[in-house]
Design a protein around this ligand. Structure first.
Ligand code: CU
Length: 481
């Protein structure tokens, strides 16, 4: 299935731009030349719509050890900006897709049907799954076809997400709506007194370009002035004066977010990509690049009922609105939740014996170690159980904003890693815990450690700026038994 014929088919489906990755990059990541003839953006007053919490998908059946789901990918209409209709690509008709709530130890089996006109591949980001269920870039579902993905959920509680991964198409597919959250819980997490139930909410944050006629147009991030949370432009969300657990997702195709509360209030990070941290960490501002998650607790009891606080993006470009969303504190309530000083026991940091080096760069082409992705070429060959230290360097040089195209977001499938070092010093403020995606600003480097397993087979690692991965900033890793 992972063959040249599929690559050619995908290339054709991606349109002429996909034949020339640099064109793709120009459309998605370079400030030099924008795509011709963009229509005016819609007038979008902030805080015009309530933020929805994506519905939790119900299994079509359950057994003692597994839950079975069905989803159909199809086009649908969404009201992203109040009063306008946007045609979007969806999982199951909603924008973004429904949330899957899974439990460690119980398998999730999803029958996906592609009711779109483009090939798709469903990847569970952060999921430890067999190669044939990983949604690899060449392992696509053709329009009209179906495929069953099996997720064993043998890993710890974590904030995962599912999204499209069809090569050359993933950036546009995700941008047009093919993403949803997947919240995996376990007994260790459920024993903690953290905010839960209706006080545990995923926030899928992403930029967009909604034009005056409602068209959601995929283009470079500097032409995407809209900011969406759970599919709505700069929404408001009514909260009680108590603690909430918020799962922050950077679901942008091509941009970093610098999130803070407008009043500078501190919030508490309790988890990252791969689940709970050993202990909580306080922040007033965090930088997240595409694919990264941050699990935080925010205490709205510090605000009087009847007041509001805005979450803002200090990474917004000049001329863009900084607001991301507004929390309106509308009622008081009892709150027995708390954040314990000790959250979880993390697995020991892998002691790497194999060392590998990677460079990521944008110019003159989207490459890792100077090469663009070739599904026929294994870039790394390793074995189940191999503990490794990878040094990853972003060799692009800093430029003035809009500088999104010289940032890279390194993501590996199959395993979680630990960040050992950043720029030769200690790991950065949001590098703690188990990670599957790590941010690299221009000129930065990180050392990460992981142990390969628990499955053998073909996987990929890539930049999670999706304009970059679709331009070829991706490599194949073969894990031998
Ligand atoms: Cu990149």
């Amino acid at each position: 299935m992972l063959n040249r014929r599929n690559l050619l088919k995908l290339t054709a489906a991606g349109g002429a731009a996909a034949l020339f990755p640099w064109e793709r990059v120009a459309a998605a990541g370079s400030p030099a030349t924008g795509p011709a003839a963009l229509a005016e953006t819609a007038d979008a007053a902030p805080f015009a719509q309530a933020m929805p919490v994506p519905r939790v998908l119900r299994p079509v059946r359950s057994t003692r050890s597994a839950d079975f789901y069905r989803m159909r990918m199809k086009e649908a209409d969404a009201e992203i900006v109040k009063g306008l209709t946007s045609r979007v690509r969806t999982y199951g008709g909603t924008f973004p897709g429904p949330t899957i709530r899974a439990r460690s130890g119980r398998e999730v089996v999803i029958r996906q049907t592609n009711g779109l006109t483009v090939p798709t591949a469903v990847h569970l980001h952060g999921g430890h799954v067999r190669s044939e269920h990983d949604g690899l870039p060449m392992d696509t579902i053709e329009p009209g076809d179906s495929r069953t993905y099996r997720y064993p959920n043998t890993q710890r509680a974590s904030s995962l997400w599912y999204h499209d991964h069809a090569h050359h198409l993933e950036a546009e597919n995700v941008f047009l709506g093919l993403h949803g959250t997947y919240l995996l819980s376990d007994r260790e997490e459920r024993r903690l007194p953290l905010p839960s139930g209706r006080y545990d909410i995923p926030l899928a944050i992403r930029d967009a370009r909604v034009e005056a006629d409602g068209t959601l147009r995929y283009t470079r991030p500097s032409d995407c002035p809209n900011m969406l949370v759970n599919g709505k432009e700069r929404p408001y969300f009514e909260v009680a004066a108590r603690k909430y657990r918020l799962r922050l997702y950077n679901a942008c195709a091509n941009r970093y977010l610098r999130l803070r509360f407008a009043d500078g209030a501190e919030f508490t990070q309790i988890g990252s990509d791969g689940g709970l941290l050993a202990e909580p960490v306080g922040h007033t501002e965090v930088t997240l690049l595409g694919g990264e998650r941050l699990d935080v607790v925010v205490d709205f009891a510090r605000y009087r009922v009847g007041t509001s606080v805005v979450l803002e993006n200090t990474g917004a470009l000049p001329g863009e609105r900084p607001e991301v969303m507004r929390f309106d504190v509308v009622r008081g309530t009892a709150d027995r939740s708390r954040v314990p000083d000790r959250l979880a026991e993390l697995p020991p940091v892998p002691r790497g014996t194999v060392e590998r080096d990677f460079t990521l760069q944008t110019f003159p082409a989207m490459t890792i170690n100077g090469r663009t992705y070739d599904p026929e070429r294994a870039d790394v060959v390793t074995r189940v159980g191999s503990s490794e230290v990878w040094t990853i360097r972003n060799v692009d040089t800093p430029v003035a904003p809009p500088d999104f195209h010289v940032w890279h977001s390194f993501h590996t499938h199959l395993v979680m890693f630990r960040v050992l070092e950043r720029n030769g010093g200690p790991a950065g403020p949001t590098d703690a815990g188990l990670k599957d995606t790590v941010t690299l600003g221009p000129g930065e480097s990180v050392k990460i450690a992981m142990t390969w397993g628990e499955y053998s087979g073909q996987y990929v690692f890539h930049c999670h700026q999706l304009g970059h991965s679709s331009g070829g900033q991706m490599g194949r890793i073969d894990v031998l038994p």
